[in-house]
Design a protein around this ligand. Structure first.
Ligand code: AMP
Length: 214
């Protein structure tokens, strides 16, 4: 099963990808997480990507595409994968199609997370993440067991640089300009399935299970 989760920043696709990963034993591939890891490790890629990420802009296609292509070559991706946050541009979508065509393993389904943009701002401004990469919570909708602390390692949760309001606006602009057109791209391939993404976590995951079991 090869899936793409497509949706605006903060629509909950990361949370849903983690749930699906657990229930179906599929690797979840988040280019955002891979890039943040590269930044933490201080690699060449991380150094190049950081400025774009902090400002809320997209990282250039050539960097993200090679990162993703290397990742889906991993042995754990033979049984399938969930792409979370990739592709984000038409160039990335076409590069992915080409890479998968060569292996004769096309994408099965693209899940389009439909949301109201105003509600999304509230979600993002309240999001807190573990500095060690153990996950994310929300001060109102999904608080950790101990206020302000990671449930896994107990470290103090932080707000991502790009979750500040003016950066959020910039990320939405990037989404509307570059990523939203992919809805039409995958509709044209007959692979698009839309879910209402701002409901409770279990309701959204129920919709996703229904779609992939169809
Ligand atoms: P995310 O955690 O998916 O919201 O990604 C955080 C940031 O990483 C984005 O705002 C972009 O700067 C960068 N990024 C992640 N995935 C991509 C992608 N597929 N293409 C370009 N930039 C990306």
């Amino acid at each position: 099963m090869r899936l793409i989760f497509l949706g605006a920043p903060g629509c909950g696709k990361g949370t849903q990808a983690k749930l699906l990963k657990k229930n179906h034993d599929l690797p979840q591939i988040s280019t955002g997480d891979l890039l943040r890891e590269a930044v933490r490790a201080g690699s060449q890629l991380g150094v190049e990507a950081k400025g774009y990420m902090d400002s809320g802009a997209l990282v250039p296609d050539r960097l993200v595409i090679s990162l993703l292509e290397n990742r889906i070559d991993g042995a754990d991706c033979k049984k399938g994968f969930i792409l979370d946050g990739f592709p984000r541009t038409r160039v990335q979508a076409e590069a992915l199609d080409t890479a998968l065509e060569e292996k004769k393993t096309p994408i099965d389904t693209v899940i389009n997370f439909q949301v109201d943009m105003e509600q999304l701002v509230e979600r993002l401004v309240g999001r807190r993440v573990c500095p060690q990469g153990h996950g994310e919570w929300h001060i109102k909708f999904n608080p950790p067991g101990v206020e302000g602390r990671c449930d896994t390692c107990g470290q103090e949760l932080i707000q991502r640089e790009d979750d500040q309001e003016e950066r959020i606006r910039r990320r939405f602009e990037a989404f509307q300009k570059d990523t939203e057109p992919l809805i039409g791209y995958y509709e044209g391939q007959g692979k698009l399935q839309t879910v209402e993404a701002l409901g409770k976590i279990e309701i959204v995951s129920g919709q996703i299970e229904a779609v992939i079991n169809r």
